[in-house]
Design a protein around this ligand. Structure first.
Ligand code: ASN
Length: 311
């Protein structure tokens, strides 16, 4: 570490706009908790050491550690724990403000959207279909935007940001597959630059846990995307519960079955229940609400891929 990077970090912590940003963040989190309370969705505390975690659909550096002879991973997302918590059957839904560690490749530092460590509002709803979860999320986003707009008038004015409460229902693009052909692999970003409001993109090929319709073969999942070029907000889907289907899909994705053996055992016992869910990053939400250029601008101690962590 050199003196120059130390100076930069200190200037960043002391930056003038950080208090306004933190006020917007705190208000958004309050709105999220209120909305969950109103819908009787209960909060779980985060799990940070996992014997099974999200395989993710893109590659990251290994974050495993060994403790007392057991190999564990720092949690990439609590998707599998969300599913396993719902095997209780008596919960309407759960959410977690979940710290996620994803040791992303260095080049992603330039996107303005990626951090090595971020907090995800991760939600799972019992007996829910994709439409139920999307409706729930649209309500949540409208609630957050209205709340922040009302409570943070001064802060938003000094940040020179106007918040527009999104109109429901949000626009839906039915097929990520087709968009990929038309716009290339960063189709969500291209559309994000064009669109003026939040929108959904359906049917993505990704991890084994998102449900595939056995008849239509569509992937019953979704991404929510911010407009104005801010890119992806949330991803989620209906979940796969059937043991044989999970094993088949793990095979297709060349998943290490040994690594997931405890989760596989739960599915083999028929304990997984039909649910739908999704998660969105707190930092990306705050970046959008405050209209900042880079995600580092809204985090007091940002961990940007490829950058030295000084403090
Ligand atoms: N939270 C996401 C979901 O619920 C998973 C993820 O973060 N990759 O599907």
């Amino acid at each position: 570490m050199n003196g120059e990077s130390m100076e930069k970090v200190i200037q960043h912590i002391l930056s003038k706009e950080m208090k306004d940003v933190l006020m917007v963040q705190t208000s958004a989190l309050k709105a999220i908790h209120d909305y969950m309370w109103k819908h009787e969705i209960l909060q779980l505390m985060p799990v940070m050491l996992s014997s099974v975690t999200d395989p993710l659909s893109h590659s990251v550096y290994d974050s495993s550690i060994t403790y007392a002879g057991q190999k564990l991973e720092l949690t990439k997302s609590m998707i599998l724990h969300k599913q396993m918590s719902m095997m209780r059957g008596d919960l309407k839904g759960i959410y977690i403000i979940s710290p996620n560690i994803r040791l992303e490749k260095e080049h992603l530092g330039e996107t303005g959207r990626h951090l090595l460590e971020f907090s995800q509002v991760d939600i799972e709803l019992r007996d829910a279909k994709y439409k139920d979860f999307m409706g729930f999320t649209e309500g949540l986003y409208s609630y957050i935007f209205k709340f922040v707009k009302k409570k943070c008038k001064e802060e938003l004015a000094s940040l020179e940001r106007k918040i527009k409460v999104p109109k429901k229902p949000f626009k839906i693009y039915e097929s990520a597959m087709e968009l990929k052909v038309e716009y290339g692999s960063s189709f969500d970003l291209e559309l994000s630059k064009k669109e003026k409001d939040l929108f959904w993109v359906m049917d993505h090929y990704r991890e084994f846990y998102d449900r595939e319709d056995p008849v239509t073969k569509r992937h019953v999942n979704y991404d929510l995307v911010y407009p104005e070029g801010f890119g992806e907000a949330l991803s989620g889907g209906e979940r796969e519960t059937d043991y044989a289907t999970i094993i088949r899909k793990m095979g297709e994705r060349k998943t290490d079955l040994e690594k997931y053996k405890s989760y596989i055992e739960i599915s083999k016992r028929g304990l997984l229940k039909p649910t739908a869910g999704g998660g969105f990053g707190v930092e990306r939400l705050v970046r959008f609400l405050t209209g900042r250029k880079h995600i580092r601008d809204i985090s007091l101690f940002p961990r940007v891929p490829g950058e030295e962590i000084v403090l």
